[in-house]
Design a protein around this ligand. Structure first.
Ligand SMILES: *[C@@H]1O[C@H](CO)[C@@H](O)[C@H](O)[C@H]1NC(C)=O
Ligand SMILES: *[C@@H]1O[C@H](CO)[C@@H](O)[C@H](O)[C@H]1NC(C)=O
Length: 240
């Protein structure tokens, strides 16, 4: 059979309805967390993670400048969501409910307490005036996808849906080589795959980082479905 191997980026649209309908799905929204502030002096050190001496330098120090300076930095040790080192490079949207101000920050560090330490410019951005006085703010936070996948290279006309419906793909997570067989049941709005969260996305997202980031980087390959071979019992969806 025809085989094609394509490098692809899966973009999972974590629709609120999908998440909301699965009570057991982890939803990283935390209320009333404590945010302290710290000084990374990012401009002075040219957003250099090694110069900052932060814990995530071992993982993200060689990221391009445009990545490192895209968001203000934070240390994160909250109880909900990925912890170090899985948290490195992920982003939080932090909101001060008192003045409704919010800021998106990137996790570059660990911290001493079960909370977060925002770099001073980000802390000041959402401070209602009480933060600097009391030494901390009470905030709500959630993980957000701050690095949307780059637009895919222009592709030729793809196969019509009727030609690919019911076929199977082997989807392999690039970093860990975890894989799942999924069945194509739908087309989708984005130039990507949309895996069913429970049966396909979560099983290959062993460290939870993909869920928090909103997508996984995978390779996929068209494979025979092996319908005689019990694949139906583990039907996976390629759908929205
Ligand atoms: C957070 O604090 C607000 C105001 O004190 C309160 O109404 C709300 O129930 C708290 N939320 C949680 C999850 O504790
Ligand atoms: C960091 O925060 C300050 C204050 O809100 C803001 O002016 C600046 O643009 C932010 N920098 C980045 C890279 O987001």
């Amino acid at each position: 059979m025809e085989r094609s191997v394509v490098n692809f980026i899966i973009s999972i649209v974590l629709l609120a309805s999908v998440v909301g309908s699965k009570a057991t799905t982890r939803v990283y929204l935390t209320e009333n967390a404590t945010a302290y502030w710290t000084n990374y002096y990012t401009k002075r050190i040219h957003w250099d993670l090694e110069k900052a001496g932060v814990a995530c330098a071992s993982i993200d120090a060689d990221k391009p400048f445009e990545w490192r300076n895209k968001y203000n930095w934070t240390a994160f040790c909250g109880l909900s969501g990925p912890s170090y080192p899985s948290s490195c490079g992920l982003c939080l949207k932090v909101t001060n409910p008192t003045n409704e101000a919010s800021v998106v920050v990137r996790i570059v560090d660990q911290c001493g307490s079960e909370s977060m330490e925002l770099d001073e410019p980000a802390f000041s951005e959402i401070d209602d005036g009480s933060g600097k006085t009391k030494g901390h703010l009470t905030v709500n936070y959630r993980f957000v996808d701050c690095d949307p996948p780059p637009p895919p290279p222009p592709a030729g006309p793809g196969p019509e849906l009727k030609d690919i419906c019911g076929k199977c793909l082997k989807v392999t997570k690039r970093r860990t080589k975890d894989e799942e067989i999924v069945r194509i049941v739908d087309s989708c709005g984005s130039d990507a795959l949309e895996l069913d969260l429970t049966t396909a996305f979560t099983p290959i997202d062993s460290d939870g980082k993909g869920y928090a980031a909103g997508h996984l980087v995978v390779d996929y390959q068209v494979v025979d479905c092996d319908d005689d071979d019990d694949v139906d019992s583990q039907l996976r969806l390629y759908s929205q």
